[in-house]
Write a protein that binds this ligand. Structure first.
Ligand code: PLP
Length: 375
């Protein structure tokens, strides 16, 4: 069994993907071909925002937004302690300080009460300027945007939605990647909408921000690539990936999202009485980038992992280490204001199970059977 069976997806979409790739080879517009613009329009429409700017990967997408917001030295950016490294790396990369906020036990997302406490603590300490919040839609579930947008507004903070895992999720009728002042996603192959390499995108309704990011992403271009008005980077989604994504986006919208949600519901129905299953709050929908359960303790988690492995079933620990325990952030420990106990506990007890749109009921039954027998 595979953790996320991309081969099975390719088999399913092979005719269309092969044709799309062949077209790129025939047309020869490898960079900034017409597929890129078309895809950006389709993505913006799906998310429900004015602008989509594609780029090289999700990490660049985060950095480009922070760069355009002129976030740097002396600034504080609030980010969950339990996330993939890139969410916080992008902040430090700009010279700013990530302030790690604890997460909620059952949704795995940023805890708005702890966020509020952290913002107030940074303001009263007075050494850093609070500038922005990076909320993360972990494992596919949108963060609590009603609460987080309110905190951002009260304290005049910019809000960046890290929807690298969240594409396809919804909250109160709004699509993931469309919350806050800007949102980003990643097209890394294993994400909900993945390409066959690296890719990413930024979403915003802010015209000026969109123009600025388009410039930063192509060497700080002015009227064209050879008129350079600022120092930027080279971060683009190439035409081949855009062509693949056009095919995959159509499948994602028409069937894959519903299929993965159905698979998650099946796990829920057969596991909720024996382990802690992920909670989807009323009014929210997850795109289930991961299906992560919580075991009672680290020992039981190891037993479950071994038992699954014995049956040829892969499982993964997302994440082994919280941000505040990463060596790369050892130098900024003294300015952290939250102890983040929930994030710490998660690292010991969380386990992600195989899930993807093409997983079969038989495969899921096997996973369920092993877990039920072991715990
Ligand atoms: C994957 C991921 C990223 C980075 O995306 P890349 O395309 O791999 O650079 C950022 N944030 C989160 C939460 C992610 O899961």
């Amino acid at each position: 069994m595979q953790f996320r069976d991309l081969g099975r997806q390719y088999e399913h979409l092979k005719t269309k993907i092969d044709q799309a790739v062949q077209e790129v080879l025939t047309q020869g517009h490898y960079i900034s071909g017409p597929q890129v613009k078309r895809l950006e329009e389709q993505l913006a429409q799906f998310v429900g925002v004015k602008h989509c700017i594609s780029c090289g990967n999700g990490t660049d997408a985060l950095s480009l937004v922070l760069r355009a917001w002129k976030i740097g030295q002396g600034d504080a950016v609030f980010v969950p302690d339990f996330t993939f490294f890139a969410s916080a790396e992008a902040i430090r990369d700009r010279g700013a300080i990530p302030i790690f906020v604890d997460v909620q036990k059952d949704t795995f997302n940023m805890n708005p009460d702890d966020l509020q406490r952290c913002v107030e603590a940074v303001i009263s300490a007075g050494t850093l300027t609070p500038k922005a919040i990076i909320s993360v839609d972990l494992f596919g579930l949108p963060a609590d945007y009603v609460a987080i947008e309110a905190i951002a507004k009260t304290h005049d903070l910019l809000l960046l939605e890290d929807g690298a895992q969240g594409f396809g999720g919804m909250q109160k009728g709004r699509h993931a990647c469309g919350f806050g002042d800007a949102g980003i996603t990643s097209f890394f192959p294993a994400k909900p909408l993945g390409c066959y390499g690296d890719g990413g995108a930024i979403f915003t309704n802010d015209d000026a921000l969109a123009t600025l990011i388009r410039s930063y992403a192509v060497h700080g271009k002015g009227s064209d690539k050879y008129d350079n008005v600022r120092i930027g980077v080279n971060s683009r989604l190439d035409t081949m990936q855009a062509a693949i994504l056009e095919v995959k986006l159509e499948a994602f919208i028409s069937e894959e999202l519903a299929l993965v949600q159905k698979a998650a519901q099946y796990y829920h129905d057969h596991l909720a009485d024996v382990v802690t299953v992920p909670k989807t709050p009323e009014g929210s929908a997850s795109s289930f980038a991961q299906y992560s359960i919580l075991l009672p303790d680290e020992g039981i988690r190891s037993k479950v992992m071994t038992a699954l492995q014995d049956e040829g079933i892969p499982s993964m620990i997302y994440y082994q280490k919280r941000m505040s325990d990463q060596t790369a952030f050892a130098d900024i420990q003294d300015v952290q204001v939250s102890a983040c106990p929930v994030a710490k506990a998660h690292c010991q007890t969380v386990l992600a199970l195989p899930i993807h749109p093409y997983i079969t009921k038989e495969e899921q039954d096997l996973v369920i059977d092993v877990i039920r027998k072991t715990v």
